[in-house]
Write a protein that binds this ligand. Structure first.
Ligand SMILES: [Fe+2]
Length: 144
């Protein structure tokens, strides 16, 4: 899962709220409000999140100017933010765009974790289909 955080935890794995037990922000009354360090409806793009493959792939897509709709970029960027899209948390930080994108993120979630089958697919059989998608939406060499 991806969690909004109130500070940077360098070199650590963020897991549930136990990660922050020794963080002085936990005792700072300024941060221990409903909105914490954020303004109401500030938008998820302005919320500091733990770094993960969501943001990395989102940045790769942006940098390489994939010809996909904004919804695709958004789905990738927030697809691991389960507390939000599945748990219904953090709605008070969402702006209009976040609320508009939520159904798309939920749609993408149908193909995320725990949706894979046990049988390994045949890459050679699948390649023409996926190569055609690559050629259409992100052709050429990709900078990673
Ligand atoms: Fe993922």
């Amino acid at each position: 899962d991806t969690f909004p955080v109130g500070c940077q935890v360098q070199g650590s794995v963020v897991f549930r709220d136990s990660t922050f037990h020794n963080n002085p922000d936990v005792k700072n009354s300024l941060y221990n409000t409903r909105h914490g360090m954020y303004h109401p409806n500030c938008g998820l793009e302005n919320v500091l999140m733990s770094w993960g493959h969501d943001e990395y792939m989102y940045k790769v897509m942006k940098y390489n100017q994939f010809s996909l709709p904004q919804e695709a970029f958004y789905m990738i960027r927030f697809h691991s933010f389960y507390p939000w899209h599945t748990g219904g948390d953090y709605m008070h930080l969402c702006n209009e765009e976040d609320r508009r994108m939520l159904p798309w993120v939920k749609e993408f979630n149908k193909f995320d974790l725990y949706t894979k089958c046990e049988d390994l697919p045949d890459p050679q059989h699948l390649k023409p289909y996926y190569q055609s998608l690559i050629d259409k939406y992100c052709p050429g060499q990709i900078c990673w």
